[in-house]
Design a binder for this molecule. Structure first.
Ligand SMILES: *[C@@H]1O[C@H](CO)[C@@H](O)[C@H](O)[C@H]1NC(C)=O
Ligand SMILES: *[C@@H]1O[C@H](CO)[C@@H](O)[C@H](O)[C@H]1NC(C)=O
Ligand SMILES: *[C@@H]1O[C@H](CO)[C@@H](O)[C@H](O)[C@H]1NC(C)=O
Ligand SMILES: *[C@@H]1O[C@H](CO)[C@@H](O)[C@H](O)[C@H]1NC(C)=O
Ligand SMILES: *[C@@H]1O[C@H](CO)[C@@H](O)[C@H](O)[C@H]1NC(C)=O
Ligand SMILES: *[C@@H]1O[C@H](CO)[C@@H](O)[C@H](O)[C@H]1NC(C)=O
Ligand SMILES: *[C@@H]1O[C@H](CO)[C@@H](O)[C@H](O)[C@H]1NC(C)=O
Ligand SMILES: *[C@@H]1O[C@H](CO)[C@@H](O)[C@H](O)[C@H]1NC(C)=O
Length: 354
């Protein structure tokens, strides 16, 4: 995977209840496994040593309304925006919970088992939105888009793009389309908001309240199901390779600390890694965290301490100053962009482990 350097999976053969498995992972690794996308799912399966059913770190919070909205496309974060919804929506209007979203002019929640046409997003570079004119359930639409394109259209940039509007306006009357927005009460053990779900619709029924813990069915291409948390099963842990050090140090001190106690100061070579690092940066006590990126005045260029080439950049506009004793730091809040800082400033920092 493009970011397998940042976390790895471990399959534990010993059979335990979900809670015991979680305690095991937290003591011996980082936590029960979480899954960001299909690439992760493949890595998870590759690390398995048998074809059984095994726990993952997903569980259902019951009691009260704990549902949270998510975009189907991994990494697209949901932020509340009232202007997108039709007045009075979302409203759980029907007898069934309305956990999926359809758009005409504005958004409305509907039961996921209802049937609508839908709209797929076709990849980061192509920005093609593809409309399908067969009415299907939300999950069928999601499966179709993931199999033939990238995902259901997700995020405001896609849904309010010219392409989307043009597609919708090309019809005589505006069609109602499923978009990639859904809500559920499932959570990851480590508190991440990963939106990826991979349910096996033949065995999973999100209405059976006694099955609150999620498993992966390794003999059914890894698809997920749920089981009573007291059952004993093998499980997957993950090891996080990043560690936030909540101490205030100059850039040089931070570098030495990471190299002595772990492996190195973190470097970032693609958007997935950026996303992963920014999750960690959110918990810092300083407004910036140091990255392993330094400006060499004599060479006139930026370089990663890991010797990787700088081929991915995420500078804040106006944030890049090329001068003596400058290194890069990520902003802890906001867009988590990079800004150059004098190396004698003291910030928290992120190390990468062995
Ligand atoms: C951590 O792993 C060791 C060795 O496998 C095991 O004995 C111990 O019980 C584990 N910790 C927990 C909390 O299960
Ligand atoms: C909310 O959505 C509208 C589109 O309906 C967009 O123009 C606006 O910028 C969004 N607001 C925020 C705060 O994201
Ligand atoms: C997950 O989302 C919730 C609500 O949107 C937010 O309060 C929480 O901080 C998020 N957690 C992380 C780890 O980003
Ligand atoms: C998950 O919890 C919600 C309540 O928060 C409940 O409506 C739903 O049936 C539960 N699903 C499973 C599979 O337990
Ligand atoms: C964030 O920091 C607080 C305070 O040190 C800690 O209790 C919490 O577990 C941390 N959260 C994560 C996700 O690391
Ligand atoms: C680091 O600095 C921040 C302010 O920039 C401060 O709030 C925090 O307490 C400091 N942490 C330590 C461990 O000194
Ligand atoms: C850069 O930092 C070194 C000490 O680390 C100092 O000797 C030197 O004067 C600094 N250069 C500038 C231009 O600030
Ligand atoms: C860092 O060094 C610069 C000069 O190189 C100096 O002006 C500044 O006050 C120093 N900042 C701190 C926090 O020591």
């Amino acid at each position: 995977s493009r970011y397998s350097t940042l976390y790895e999976y471990h399959f534990i053969k010993e059979q335990m209840s979900w809670d015991a498995a979680r305690a095991y992972c937290r003591e011996n690794h980082t936590d029960l496994a979480k899954v960001f996308d299909l690439t992760d799912m493949t890595r998870l399966q590759d690390s398995a040593q048998s074809q059984t059913e095994a726990w993952i770190g997903l569980y259902n919070i019951t009691g009260g309304d704990n549902r949270r909205w998510h975009w189907s496309l991994p990494g697209e974060e949901y932020t509340e925006n009232k202007t997108c919804w039709r007045a009075g929506q979302p409203n759980d209007y029907s007898a069934n919970p309305e956990n999926c979203v359809m758009t005409g002019d504005t958004w409305e929640d509907y039961p996921c088992s209802d049937k609508f046409q839908f709209i797929c997003y076709d990849g980061e570079n192509m920005w093609t939105l593809i409309c399908f004119f067969t009415s299907v359930t939300w999950t069928q639409a999601q499966n179709y888009c993931r199999q033939h394109h990238t995902d259901l259209a997700s995020g405001l940039n896609q849904i309010y793009s010219e392409k989307f509007k043009n597609l919708q306006n090309s019809k005589a009357s505006k069609v109602n389309l499923w978009i990639g927005l859904f809500r559920d009460s499932w959570r990851w053990s480590d508190g991440s908001n990963f939106s990826f779900r991979y349910w096996d619709m033949d065995s999973f029924n999100d209405g059976l309240n006694n099955r609150k813990c999620a498993t992966t069915l390794l003999e059914r291409s890894g698809r997920w199901s749920s089981a009573g948390c007291d059952q004993r099963k093998p499980f997957f842990c993950y090891d996080d390779k990043l560690i936030l050090i909540r101490e205030n140090k100059t850039w040089e001190e931070a570098l030495n600390y990471c190299r002595q106690k772990h492996h190195d100061l973190v470097s970032i070579s693609n958007s997935e890694e950026q996303r992963w690092v920014q999750e960690r940066a959110k918990n810092a006590s300083t407004p910036f965290v140091w990255l392993g990126l330094r400006y060499s005045c004599s060479l006139g260029l930026w370089f990663w301490v890991s010797d990787k080439l700088v081929c991915y950049e995420r500078w804040a506009s106006g944030g890049k100053t090329e001068d003596f004793n400058m290194s890069a730091a990520m902003t802890t809040g906001g867009q988590h962009e990079w800004v150059s800082q004098r190396e004698n400033e003291t910030f928290n920092f992120i190390c990468i482990k062995h």
